[in-house]
Each structure stands twice: as structure tokens, then as C-alpha cells.
Design a protein around this ligand. Structure first.
Ligand code: IVH
Length: 674
């Protein structure tokens, strides 16, 4: 019996550590928060009863996950603790009773929304933002200062006020739904991996190595906690500290309430359970904090969390429906995605017909059978997820879904490479969705942007045998007469299309590289490779390690590029494209411009700035190699414009077509170079 228990503890420990790693390091988790907590509680109970089997690295001992190693690691001056979770009214009432037993009945609580993002700790010294650190494992985290500085709502320097000389302020970074959907759509169009929910997007963004890219992704933040020496002398309560934080210029949530008793807390929880769908960002619960600092001190902490606060977690909305079938979609890169077709059902305000299943592991993990009744959940994700099967409703004698061994489109064998979860069809040259998908990708707006040639035409030309390889696009002009005989193709539209094709030959190398549709090479990666290697010939000579040496290019991408360039069919196709006149090298001026160093650049500052005095800004520019000038001329590289800038200067700069930039953009340029 003991062996069984020991095994159970080992298995739960392993499983939960893996989920923690996925959540905190990879910013993606395969389990719902609720199921995670249930498993954690199960492990906690077993460890309590059988401490002899407890692993010293048990997830019950940790606040969060590991730290990623790309940034400098910084120790938190005050550890970043987590909160105890409750899921029902009784557990919440128990919390209130525990509190009142210790501090008496005169207790007030602050109820706040529990934002679903990633927590951040920001240090200010003499009113200036000096450091921003992620939670990491609670004791130490990643220094992500440069990335956090790109968040518009976080002040870099505070207006004169009565803030302490040194303080740390904590809050949650998140992404609004609208930005999430817009950016994800763009990623999809660019053939980049999309994020499952705004939290993963926000977390993935804060952990990027390139602050300029971070600046392009609008993040937001609410601050909800203050640490400083002698805090209790400055304020009596959490509520007072939050009001002060607001007056210092920090964004705090307006949906915060001071509650006098558990009934008011419960009403706040119920109100937001409904209303949370009206917010422009995700929350996953409510945080309840004892307001009075003296009472907080009396209550103290457990090893992991304060006894004076707790969170109430909302359950993701869940419904039951019938799983009718699974279809397997083949994408442009040959990746196969299983999709569950469901009996339509209403969930969180929309009708759901399909659910994503990710890959074969997911189907096996869920043990899905034909005609199962499944639970479908819509958490933060836009696409609903199947999270389990109602076994009681499973008919006898049903069989599990078997993952196909052949491609559903071209019937060639599917391959799953070691360490990868996804199946691929490798029949690149003979599988319709791959051929058509690659052609459609190539002509896309962000790639070669071929005017006059659309996705439908690509399909038609493919069926007629006019297009197969990308290079066939550049031979279409040889089929002019044949094209004229086709229905729906007037002479004018054919000429437009052929002109569009000719014009695409001047697209820069980075676009060509992106347009080729190499697996894992999205827009940003293509740009980085083009900038680094400067020509296809250089890239083709590089080995995997040399490619992986480029910042932000991992080994998986490097291997994909390396193998792509060694495939004989690709080599021949690239030669045909070279002969057609496409650009496979960067031009000198593109290389220089993209370096964006302040060295050798001239700047003129005009107007007033919220975060800097003009002298401070000039010093900043000069300390990074830029040169200040005093008048606008054609030689000026940038006009840095603040508020209240004189109209004549503006007009002159516009006339000379001098780029007008903000102080934030200067910071972005500087950050990128450090
Ligand atoms: S207070 C010691 N307030 O939830 C107090 N946390 O499970 C620590 N969170 O790590 C946090 N909204 O990332 C607090 N209004 C809020 C919050 C909040 C979201 C997150 C935060 C924290 C986690 C705790």
C-alpha cells in the first residue's frame, strides 16, 4: 500500500512541476487553474499524511515556477508571495472566521479584481523607475526593466509628490481583448504561432529579448500593492496606500471596494461573476485583502502566502455537448491540426460548434471516443477547449479515436518527429493544401504583396495546372494567351496581375525570405535572419549553431532553416527564383538603416515632456552617441517633439520631411542598443 502512495506522490509531483514549468517558463499551460489547484491540494494532503515521501522540490513548497535564464536574475527585496485560493462560499466564510478569530470582529476588507496577467514588481528611486522584475520563483525573478518601460501607462518618472524615496510597487501586466485579437490575427496572417489567450500573449511579450518588438504590442497594467520601508508609518491601511498610489500617477483599477463584512464581499463576488464579461480584459477571480495594516501584521504569513488575503477563483464556464467527429486539417507547412466537431451549444454568450484539440497527445490524454459527451470550457481562450469526457454518458462498446497514419489530403504517411507533438505530412510537393497554402502565403500582403493575384485565382490556376511551384508565378507571363481564354479573366485584369508580379521583384530580401514559407520563420525571424546574414548565400553557408547564434533564434528555427536550404528541391526552386530576378541580398542602405544606432544621428528637441526635462533628454541622447543641434535643416535626422511645440518648427520639419518622434521612441531606440 505504501508503495502505491509513494508512487502517487511522485507522479503528482512530476506532473505539477511540469505544469508549473509550462505556465511560468513557457507561458502556456495544458491544464485549467481549477484542475491544477485540485491536484495541488491532493498532493498537499498526501504529503501531510505521509511526510516521509515528500520530495524536497515539491510544487507545494514553491510559490511559482522557475526563472527563465535570458535576463539578469534579481532577488526580490520583499518576496513575491502567492495567495490562497477558494472556490466556494464556505471556504470564503472559513477565511473570514479565521481572520476574525485572530483580530476580532472589527475588520474591513478590500475587494479587488483578480487580473489574469503576469505579476510585476517595479522599483522607484527618487521618483524614477529603476527596475522591473517578474515574479520568477517568488524569491528572485527576471529583470525586464526595458520591456516594462515600453508600457504606456507605467510612469518613468513621477511628478513631484509625497512619495517615499525608495519604494516597490506591484501589479499585474495584461493585454486588452481588442489588442489581443488584432495582434493574434496579424500573427496568423504572417504564419506565426498564435497565442491561446491574452495572458500568454502578455507573458510571452514581457519575456521577449527585443524591447522594440515589445513596444509594438500594447500592454497595460494595474498596480495593487505597495512596499516601502516604514510603510506603516506612512499609511494605516491598504486602501489608503492605494489612494496614494493613484495620486502619484499610477494606474489603479476603479473596480475596488471597501467591504464591511462577508455579505458585502459575497455580493461583490456575485456582481463581478456576471459583469466580468463586460470588461475589456480578463479577470479570473476576486482578491480579498484585510484592509488595516496593523491587523495584517497580526495575521502574518504562512510559508507561501499571507493569512490576511485570499482569492476567490471563478470557474471557467463549462457546458456538455456531443462530440460528433474529429477532422484533420493540413496547413501550409504540412502540420496537421485535429479539430473537434461538436453538436452546437451555447457557451459564454456564443454558439460553439468546434473546439481545438492541438495534437494527438491531447486526444489520447482526454481518451476521446466516437460519440462521447464532452465538457467544453471557454476560459481566457477565444477557441473553446474540450477539457474532459462525461464517462457516465459513454455508450458501451464505443472505440477511441485513432489518429490517422496517412495524410487526409494526399494519403502519404504522416510523420511525428521526436520531441514534437505535431504530426506533419512531408509530401510538400504533392499535397494540395500545402502547395496552394504556400502559394497563397507567398503572395500575401506582408510578404510579396502581389497586386492583382488573389487566393481564389491561385486555387483556380493550381487546378488548371498553371501553378505548382512558387517560381511558376514568374512564368505566368508566358501563358498570356491561354489566360485570356479563361472565364472571368479579362485582358485588363491579366495585365494588372502580370504588372503586380513584375513589381514584386523589387521586394527586399527579408520579405522574400518570409514569403518562402520556411517552417517556423515568421516575419520577425525573417527580418532578423536577413539583417544578420545579409544574403541568402551567407545564410546557406551557415551551420545550425551559427544560425542559432542570432538573438531570438532558437535551435528549432535554426534547424528548420538549415534543413530547408539543404533540400535539393528547394535549392532548385531558389535558383529559379534568383533567375526570375527576385532579391536575395540586403542593399547597403537597408543594413545601415535597420541598425538604428544613435551614433552619427542628429537630434533637435522641442516642446515639453511629461517624463523628462529637455536637458535630461539631451543628456540621454548624447550619452548614447547622438548629437544635439540647435536648428532645423535638411541635415537633421530627427525632431523630438513634446507637447506645446511651436507651429513654425513643426511646419518646417514637415516640409523637409524630417521624422518627428516622441521621447518614448528615443527610449525604444536606446533600449534596443543596450
Ligand atoms: S495581491 C501578497 N491583488 O494573483 C499579495 N494579486 O495568486 C499578493 N493578482 O501573484 C498579490 N490581481 O499575480 C493581488 N488585485 C490583485 C491581483 C493579484 C491579480 C495575481 C498576482 C498574484 C496572484 C496571486
Amino acid at each position: 500500500m505504501f508503495a502505491d502512495i509513494q508512487e502517487k506522490i511522485t507522479q503528482l509531483t512530476k506532473e505539477l512541476n511540469e505544469y508549473n514549468y509550462q505556465y511560468y517558463v513557457l507561458a502556456h499551460s495544458a491544464i485549467s487553474d481549477y484542475d491544477f489547484d485540485i491536484k495541488l491540494k491532493e498532493l498537499e494532503a498526501l504529503e501531510k499524511q505521509y511526510p516521509q515521501f515528500k520530495d524536497p522540490n515539491s510544487p507545494t513548497q514553491k510559490v511559482g515556477g522557475d526563472i527563465t535564464h535570458k535576463f539578469n536574475t534579481v532577488k526580490h527585496r520583499w518576496p513575491m508571495l502567492s495567495l490562497g485560493n477558494t472556490y466556494n462560499e464556505q471556504e470564503l466564510r472559513d477565511f473570514d472566521e479565521r481572520v476574525r478569530k485572530i483580530v476580532g470582529d472589527q475588520v474591513q476588507y478590500v475587494c479587488e479584481l483578480k487580473f489574469d496577467g503576469l505579476s510585476i514588481s517595479i522599483t522607484y528611486e527618487q521618483g524614477k523607475l529603476v527596475r522591473a522584475v517578474t515574479r520568477g520563483d517568488g524569491t528572485q525573478g527576471d529583470d525586464v526593466t526595458n520591456n516594462v518601460k515600453t508600457i504606456r501607462s507605467i510612469p518613468h518618472s513621477l511628478k513631484k509628490n509625497s512619495y517615499p524615496d525608495i519604494f516597490e510597487i506591484r501589479g499585474e501586466i495584461f493585454m486588452h481583448h481588442a489588442a489581443f485579437e488584432r495582434l493574434n490575427k496579424k500573427r496568423e496572417e504572417n504564419g506565426e504561432q498564435i497565442y491561446a489567450n491574452p495572458r500568454n500573449f502578455a507573458s510571452g511579450t514581457v519575456k521577449l529579448q527585443d524591447p522594440k518588438e515589445v513596444a509594438k504590442r500594447p500592454l497595460d497594467c494595474f498596480l495593487y500593492f505597495l512596499y516601502t520601508d516604514r510603510r506603516n508609518r506612512l499609511f494605516d491601511s491598504h486602501w489608503d496606500s492605494i489612494q496614494a498610489i493613484k495620486s502619484w500617477g499610477f494606474p489603479i483599477s476603479e473596480h475596488t471596494k471597501l467591504c464591511q463584512n462577508i455579505e458585502e464581499i459575497w455580493a461583490f463576488i456575485n456582481f463581478w461573476e456576471e459583469m466580468r464579461h463586460q470588461l475589456t480584459y480578463d479577470i479570473d477571480g476576486i482578491v480579498i485583502k484585510v484592509n488595516d495594516y496593523a491587523q495584517q501584521e497580526e495575521l502574518g504569513f504562512t510559508a507561501k502566502s499571507p493569512r490576511w488575503a485570499i482569492s476567490y477563483k471563478y470557474k471557467a464556464e463549462r457546458v456538455e455537448t456531443l462530440l460528433k467527429s474529429i477532422t484533420y486539417q493540413v496547413g501550409r507547412t504540412g502540420a496537421v491540426t485535429p479539430v473537434a466537431n461538436l453538436e452546437p451549444v451555447l457557451l459564454a454568450g456564443t454558439t460553439v460548434k468546434r473546439a481545438s484539440l492541438h495534437n494527438a497527445n491531447e486526444i489520447a490524454r482526454l481518451d476521446l471516443h466516437v460519440n462521447d459527451t464532452v465538457y467544453v470550457e471557454k476560459g481566457g481562450e477565444i477557441i473553446p477547449k474540450i477539457i474532459g469526457v462525461n464517462n457516465e454518458k459513454r455508450a458501451v462498446g464505443t472505440s477511441p479515436f485513432v489518429y490517422p497514419t496517412l495524410c487526409p489530403e494526399c494519403h502519404e504517411p504522416l510523420v511525428r518527429q521526436e520531441g514534437e507533438a505535431v504530426h506533419y505530412c512531408l509530401n510538400e510537393a504533392g499535397c494540395k493544401p500545402q502547395i496552394v497554402g504556400k502559394l497563397q502565403h507567398f503572395i500575401g500582403r506582408k510578404m510579396m504583396d502581389i497586386q492583382g493575384l488573389g487566393n481564389e485565382t491561385i486555387e483556380t490556376f493550381y487546378s488548371l495546372g498553371l501553378l505548382h511551384n512558387i517560381s511558376d508565378i514568374y512564368s505566368l507571363k508566358e501563358h498570356r494567351e491561354e489566360l485570356k481564354t479563361l472565364d472571368r479573366f479579362g485582358e485588363k485584369s491579366i495585365e494588372n496581375m502580370l504588372t503586380g508580379i513584375e513589381n514584386s521583384k523589387s521586394k527586399p530580401f527579408e520579405k522574400v525570405l518570409f514569403a518562402l514559407g520556411i517552417r517556423h520563420v515568421g516575419e520577425t525571424i525573417a527580418k532578423k535572419l536577413a539583417l544578420h546574414f545579409k544574403s541568402l548565400d551567407n545564410l546557406a553557408q551557415a551551420n545550425v549553431d551559427e544560425i542559432a547564434d542570432v538573438p531570438d533564434i532558437g535551435i528549432r528555427i535554426a534547424e528548420s532553416v538549415y534543413h530547408y536550404l539543404r533540400d535539393e528541391r528547394h535549392v532548385q526552386e531558389l535558383n529559379r527564383l534568383k533567375l526570375a530576378g527576385l532579391r536575395f541580398e540586403m542593399e547597403e542602405q537597408e543594413v545601415v538603416a535597420a541598425g538604428s544606432n544613435l551614433t552619427g544621428k542628429t537630434f533637435l528637441i522641442s516642446g515639453v515632456f511629461a517624463d523628462f526635462s529637455r536637458e535630461e533628454l539631451a543628456q540621454l541622447i548624447e550619452s548614447h552617441g547622438g548629437k544635439m543641434v540647435s536648428s532645423i535643416s535638411a541635415k537633421l535626422n530627427y525632431l523630438v517633439a513634446g507637447d506645446k511645440m511651436g507651429p513654425s518648427k513643426l511646419a518646417k520639419a514637415e516640409k523637409l520631411k524630417i521624422p518627428i518622434i516622441s521621447d518614448k521612441e528615443i527610449l525604444e531606440m536606446i533600449i534596443q542598443n543596450t
